[in-house]
Design a protein around this ligand. Structure first.
Ligand SMILES: NC(=O)c1ccc[n+]([C@@H]2O[C@H](COP(=O)([O-])OP(=O)(O)OC[C@H]3O[C@@H](n4cnc5c(N)ncnc54)[C@H](OP(=O)(O)O)[C@@H]3O)[C@@H](O)[C@H]2O)c1
Length: 299
């Protein structure tokens, strides 16, 4: 691990469960200060208290944020901006798959809103704070599901075109394209951006779809001996976020603590640019309301 992790500040989404919580624990052990984002005040404060008890020198803060709501993301970003001048690491980890068509408060299909749009907006609103930090890193959670997208006819889904696996695969492709587009755009800044495939993980993932669906998912992957623990999945997140080995590496796809090849579509720069442009529009970002615009050039 990097010997300079102490006093570095990491903002991590979805810290209240699964891979995010395991990553937060490891990063706290390495001496990083953490801003834990989550939608449950109770779970967030419980984690913050545990980390504070276990690590006397770290600073831990919980910030409430529902990533499926653009307003909630704006409020969380504003709070972080007011309290922190520099952000060394941002981990876009939170995610969910919704098996039935549901809409976010802003009218977007919920899987796409939660996995991609919330993180796009959060990253954009924090970007000028990240660009100022030395050796800054952005890590975005992808999934092997991104490989299941052969082409993208439309990013947005209607109730008629809804397919639970299709929307989740597209959302994870969007995460991956976004990670690589950030890497290209931040090439001349001291910031790296990478995607992490955590593997198939025994977490709470998809539990929102009911106990039966979740149990089937766990049992199927157990039988195929594919399931790994949250702690093991977190090793690759921490590898991307804080290790010496990945220092300076950008635009990479990490799996099991090494570089792996993403799908060809994930490397399509014109698709990534198109998604970026649409995401600016969908999240309502512009020169006036995006602090990073002048620093980084968002358009
Ligand atoms: N599990 C897998 O097999 C697998 C495989 C590939 C990729 N991934 C990716 O890994 C990441 C972490 O998933 P996980 O397996 O750790 O799942 P998890 O155990 O369900 O944890 C997901 C985290 O995201 C948070 N979250 C969900 N919706 C949110 C929202 N609207 N606003 C804010 N936070 C929200 C959850 O908060 P609550 O505590 O409030 O629920 C939780 O902290 C996701 O991006 C997922 O796509 C997982």
């Amino acid at each position: 691990m990097s010997n300079s992790t102490r006093n570095r500040l990491c903002v991590i989404t979805g810290a209240t469960a699964g891979i995010g919580r395991a990553s937060a624990r490891s990063l706290a052990s390495l001496g990083l200060d953490l801003v834990l984002l989550g939608r449950s005040q109770q779970r967030g404060e419980a984690l913050r208290n545990t980390l504070s008890r276990q690590h006397a020198i770290g600073c831990f803060q919980f910030v409430s944020c529902d990533l499926s709501s653009l307003l909630s993301v704006r409020e969380a970003a504003e709070r972080i901006r007011q309290e922190h001048r520099g952000i060394d690491v941002l981990i876009n980890n939170a995610g969910a798959r919704f098996d039935r068509y549901e809409e976010s408060v802003d009218g977007f299909e919920l899987t796409f809103a939660t996995n991609h749009l919330g993180h796009f907006l959060l990253t954009a609103l924090l970007l000028d704070r990240i660009v100022g930090a030395p050796n800054a890193r952005i890590v975005t959670l992808s999934s092997q599901r991104h490989r299941y997208v052969a082409n993208v006819k439309a990013w947005l889904t209607t109730p008629e075109s809804f397919d639970r696996w299709d929307v989740y695969s597209k959302a994870k492709l969007a995460n991956t394209l976004f990670a690589f587009e950030l890497a290209r755009r931040l090439e001349s800044a001291d910031v790296v951006s990478n995607a992490v495939d955590p593997g198939i993980v025994a977490s709470n993932f998809a539990r929102n779809n009911g106990r039966v669906a979740w149990t089937k998912h766990i049992v199927r992957n157990l039988i195929h001996r594919q399931l790994i623990s949250c702690a093991r999945a977190a090793q690759t997140v921490v590898y991307a976020a804080a290790s010496q080995e990945t220092m300076g590496k950008t635009g990479k796809y990490f799996y099991e603590r090494s570089e792996a090849a993403p799908s060809e579509l994930a490397l399509d720069a014109s698709l990534a640019a198109q998604l970026w442009k649409c995401s600016l529009e969908w999240t309502g970002l512009n020169r006036k309301n995006c602090p990073a615009w002048a620093t980084v050039g968002m358009d």
